[in-house]
Design a protein around this ligand. Structure first.
Ligand code: CTP
Length: 212
């Protein structure tokens, strides 16, 4: 196993912006290296002590919805070449699942989520900070399709949640984190030039990191 310090890449952006496709594009290139993806979504706070109805009223687009202390702890462990038990989030039950995923430390750590650039302590752990910048009309279309097909939601609930929570929280908390990004990527995973630039930079860091 390599003893170099892992490279940490933060990938932020609004809901439906294409963070997942950017993550996959980078992941695919680094098959020869070990890569781990940490989704901020998996670190939503455990809500098992709340009734199901109460969980429905949680604001999932606010920084307080996330167990950021645990996320920071886990990234630090991976940086120290220690394994973690990554939590699993159950979108149907709106709470943390009982099982965890065992993750071994890897050379490249991709930290992906709407608010990964919001917390200063997390930002300080990152070598490269990306913001995927996609127009809101495309984001809402993707969100409607995904939430109906994959998360079992109705069109009315998606539209209502978007207007009452997702949009205002995006403007208040997510969009302002763009200023912390080293690179702003328009159109996410379709932007091959930006992905190539990213990959080159990651390789440079991987080759230059000093042995610890
Ligand atoms: N969310 C939800 N219900 C929950 C928990 C989270 O609807 N119980 C929603 C939040 O409203 C938040 C979104 O999940 O806006 C975060 O995921 P998102 O960024 O949309 O998904 P990714 O696939 O990670 O990102 P992308 O679409 O950019 O690839």
């Amino acid at each position: 196993m390599s003893k170099k310090r892992p490279v940490v890449i933060g990938i932020a952006g609004g809901s439906g912006s294409g963070k997942t496709s950017v993550t996959h594009a980078i992941h695919d290139v680094f098959k020869e290296h070990s890569v781990v993806v940490i989704e901020q979504d998996y670190y939503y706070k455990d809500q098992s002590h709340l009734e199901f109805e109460q969980r429905l009223s949680t604001n999932y687009d606010h920084p307080n919805a996330f167990d950021t202390d645990l996320l920071i702890e886990d990234v630090k462990r991976l940086l120290n070449r220690q394994a973690i038990e990554k939590p699993v989030y159950d979108y149907a039950l709106h709470t943390r699942a009982k099982e965890t995923i065992h993750i071994e430390p890897q050379d490249v750590i991709i930290l992906e989520g709407i608010l990964v650039l919001e917390d200063e302590r997390l930002r300080e752990l990152m070598d490269i900070k990306l913001f995927v910048d996609t127009d809101s009309d495309l984001r809402i279309i993707r969100r409607i399709v995904r939430d109906i097909n994959e998360r079992g939601r109705s069109i009315d609930s998606v539209v209502d949640q978007y207007l009452s929570v997702v949009r205002p929280m995006h403007n208040q908390f997510i969009e302002p984190t763009k200023r912390y990004a080293d690179i702003i990527i328009p159109e996410g995973g379709q932007n091959e030039v930006a992905i190539d630039l990213m990959v080159t930079k990651i390789k440079t860091i991987l080759e230059s990191e000093t042995i610890v």
